[in-house]
Design a binder for this molecule. Structure first.
Ligand code: GRF
Length: 203
């Protein structure tokens, strides 16, 4: 199963997926990492681990459509089965999302549909929820609203700061995203309208 991973920054989710892919017998391979920011730290990490990298800077394009078209050209050159957004901080056009329908996956640091958008840990603390977490979902044109593949849950503890909560959520992100990649690569994920069925997992 061929993967292209899109990042904008640190790339810790990219690393967790790449490390899983290096496991013997693992059914998926990262063909390329593409960033919209040349300074994205995850690019150096990928290059250092022998993964091809590309930069498609949003600053080099007049509008979203032009940027997305250039991005799609770079992605498609690697013929991926799945395109994984891992901390990719650009809103994508409907045309781009449609081009990768059923093949475009994102991780969001909240238990969707709670807290879409930015500052999810701040939102969770302000709402007073007792559990929080992450969601891996198919991308649809509506931001942070696609069919949910898997979620990871953590407790919110008394005295939590945004940073402490973010770190706790990140540890489950690093477990859940590779797990979903494995399911995708094994062909166990079926998208049925706005629902996801994972073969062999009770729903
Ligand atoms: C993660 O919290 C992810 O859920 C969100 O952006 C952050 C990216 O972190 N979409 P990293 O670049 O993978 O370290």
């Amino acid at each position: 199963c061929r993967l292209v991973v899109l990042i904008s920054g640190r790339g810790s989710n990219l690393q967790s997926i790449a490390e899983a892919c290096r496991t013997r017998g693992w059914p998926a391979e990262i063909r390329a990492v593409i960033a919209n920011r040349p300074q994205a730290a995850g690019l150096q990490w990928a290059a250092g681990h022998g993964i091809p990298t590309r930069v498609v800077s949003h600053r080099d394009h007049a509008d979203r459509a032009a940027f997305d078209a250039a991005l799609a050209r770079e992605i498609d050159a690697f013929e991926p089965d799945y395109v994984l957004l891992a901390g990719f901080m650009r809103i994508l056009t409907d045309g781009f999302v449609g081009h990768y329908a059923g093949r475009l996956v994102n991780i969001h640091p909240s238990l969707l549909p709670l807290f879409p958008g930015l500052e999810t840990h701040k939102q969770a603390l302000e709402a007073g929820v007792q559990v929080h977490g992450c969601t891996v979902h198919f991308v649809t044109p509506r931001l942070d609203h696609g069919p949910i593949i898997a979620q990871g849950v953590v407790p919110v503890l008394a005295g939590d700061t945004e940073a402490a909560l973010a770190e706790r959520v990140l540890t489950v992100e690093h477990r859940v995203y590779p797990l979903v990649v494995r399911w995708l690569a094994e062909g166990r994920v079926r998208l049925d309208g706005d629902r996801v069925q994972v073969e062999g997992c009770p729903q």
